[in-house]
Design a protein around this ligand. Structure first.
Ligand SMILES: [Mg+2]
Length: 163
């Protein structure tokens, strides 16, 4: 059975403090996405979810709006940080004023899967309450990056009764 993790990056695989420190380390000040903004400790937590559920990852992040930053590039960066799971795609962006929930729904329409979770730090702002309420049981909210309790929550949601 297919299981999918829709993965945001900022606020999930990093925290505000981590991003600030990465900016300080960078020789050139640019907000462009890159592996130095991805926290290996949080990647290891994502790895735990994948190991325990067999879920594959679809990127749902505004990182993919940057030129040259697609799911393939992000997959390579994650791999460089030790991630061995599969990054199989990214959610589409059909309209400039849409919200992230619709982008996930569009992806699911063409790729039906048994179970999915959405891991993100900013729920209502990026999704719209009309999408959030019917999907509440799929949402893992990581206010400042993925922590061990979010791993447990995601595993519970993905495995359900199969646990
Ligand atoms: Mg975010």
């Amino acid at each position: 059975m297919d299981r999918i993790i829709f993965l945001d990056i900022d606020g999930v695989l990093n925290s505000e403090a981590y991003v600030r420190a990465a900016h300080r380390r960078r020789a050139v000040r640019t907000p462009a996405p890159g592996p130095d903004f991805i926290d290996p400790v949080r990647v290891a937590r994502l790895q735990q979810i994948v190991d325990r559920t067999g879920a594959r990852v679809v990127i749902s992040s505004n990182w993919t709006h940057w030129p040259g930053c697609n799911h393939g590039a992000i997959s390579g960066w994650l791999r460089g940080l030790g991630f061995t799971g599969e990054v199989i795609g990214q959610t589409p962006r059909k309209l400039s004023n849409t919200h992230r929930g619709n982008e996930i729904t569009w992806w699911l329409e063409s790729h039906p899967c048994a179970d999915f979770v959405v891991i993100d730090d900013l729920m209502y702002g990026d999704y719209g309450p009309e999408w959030v309420s019917p999907h509440e049981s799929r949402l893992v909210l990581t206010p400042d990056g993925i922590e061990p309790e979010h791993v447990e929550q995601a595993v519970r949601m993905l495995l359900g009764d199969a646990q």
